[in-house]
Design a protein around this ligand. Structure first.
Ligand code: KG4
Ligand code: ZN
Length: 345
């Protein structure tokens, strides 16, 4: 089965072609960084308009890359939520209409399910059951994954998602957008041990997270540093780097502690990392070290499939279409959609 996948939930338009036999045939992406950079964050209306501009040309590019005609497609998969409603509607409308025009089935994909199954795009895919850490801009959660659509929530962020904490702290430091990668790059120049941030909620039992306090801690640290030693209230680049490193270490360490706790609780030694923050090098290295101690296995998608992309949507949609799932003609998209509401495949 050959499936065209469409991702348009936030600030990236992704279109890919996935073949159930041969794997990924094409993957195209357009990032809206330039559109939103001057505003320091995603402007939803601008995102929707840009998706509308990009969807059809990217689709043509993906079909060309896959070396197939649209009439050879067997199904269309599109992200139906969660995300920005206007952005989701752009991709959902194009996807559902194209499926209708071609007389082929369409299926809705849950954006986070796309992320969670993304490591299955790689050569050595994880085998069910496994524990998954989903860390993106909108979500941070730990789940026991028994199969496709069988996600038992073990813990989640009670406030900011890990990616959101990166983005907000980067903004406070004046590092720009998107915050995660720029803060991570800054942290590489930081000196270890200059600052130490708290590891939120590790003393409490359970697997929930809370990252919003780290942003406040960063702000207070910045104020103190800027006025220390007769400072003029301005942070030097080195101070920014030191704070970035201390912040990144706190987030990564907290995620590691909770992942280890989840694996021990579930008596499992297979861990999957997915979502945008999964692109973070320190997180990957730290989790790899932890999993080696447990003599387990760590899985994550290649960097470009950690952040939003069409490939993960095409793949997840293909799994669901092959199981006979289809969406009727109505075009439905939702800003909020719980993973627990997904059906098992
Ligand atoms: O999965 P994703 O592309 O979109 C959502 O579904 O939210 O995740 C985007 C998030 C943003 O918050 C971004 O700052 C963060 O992932 N991110 C990173 C890195 N690359 C992206 N955070 C830390 N380190 C990175 N290298
Ligand atoms: Zn995402």
């Amino acid at each position: 089965m050959i499936v065209l996948g469409i991702e348009s939930s936030c600030d990236e338009t992704g279109i890919a072609v996935y073949d159930s036999e041969k794997g990924l045939l094409a993957d195209t992406l357009h990032s809206q960084i330039e559109v939103h950079a001057e505003y320091g964050g995603v402007v939803p209306e601008l995102a929707s308009r840009d998706h509308i501009r990009r969807l059809i040309p990217l689709m043509e590019q993906a079909l060309k890359q896959a070396n197939i005609d649209k009439t050879e497609l067997d199904g269309i998969a599109y992200t139906a939520g969660p995300g920005l409603i206007g952005a989701l509607m752009s991709g959902a409308s194009v996807g559902r209409s194209l499926a209708w025009a071609l007389g082929i089935p369409a299926v809705e994909v849950h954006h986070m399910e796309g992320h969670l199954l993304a490591p299955m795009l790689e050569e050595d895919p994880p085998v069910f059951p496994f524990v998954a850490l989903l860390v993106s801009g909108g979500h941070t959660l730990l789940a026991q994954v028994k199969g496709i659509g069988q996600y038992e929530l073990l813990g989640q962020s009670l406030d900011d998602a890990a990616g959101e904490a990166f983005d907000k702290t980067a903004k406070l430091l004046g590092l720009g957008y998107p915050g995660g990668p720029v803060l991570a790059a800054m942290a590489e120049k930081g000196r270890q041990g200059v600052y130490r941030f708290p590891r939120p909620m590790i003393d409490r039992p359970g697997l929930d997270f809370s990252f919003s306090g780290l942003k406040t801690f960063a702000l207070n640290t910045m104020k103190k540093a800027a006025h220390a030693d007769g400072g003029q209230g301005v942070l030097s680049e080195q101070e920014k780097a030191d704070i970035s490193l201390a912040f990144e270490e706190a987030v990564v360490d907290t995620l590691k502690i909770k992942c280890r706790r989840a694996l021990e609780q579930q008596q499992c030694n297979q861990l999957v990392i997915a979502g945008g923050v999964g692109a973070n090098k320190r997180l990957r290295a730290t989790l790899a070290e932890m999993i080696a101690e447990l003599k387990g296995q760590l899985y994550y998608p290649r960097t470009e499939f950690c952040t939003d992309n069409g490939a993960m949507i095409a793949q997840a949609g293909c799994f669901r279409l092959m199981a006979g799932e289809t969406q009727p003609l109505e075009i439905d998209a939702r800003a909020r959609w719980s993973m627990q509401d997904l059906t098992a495949v």
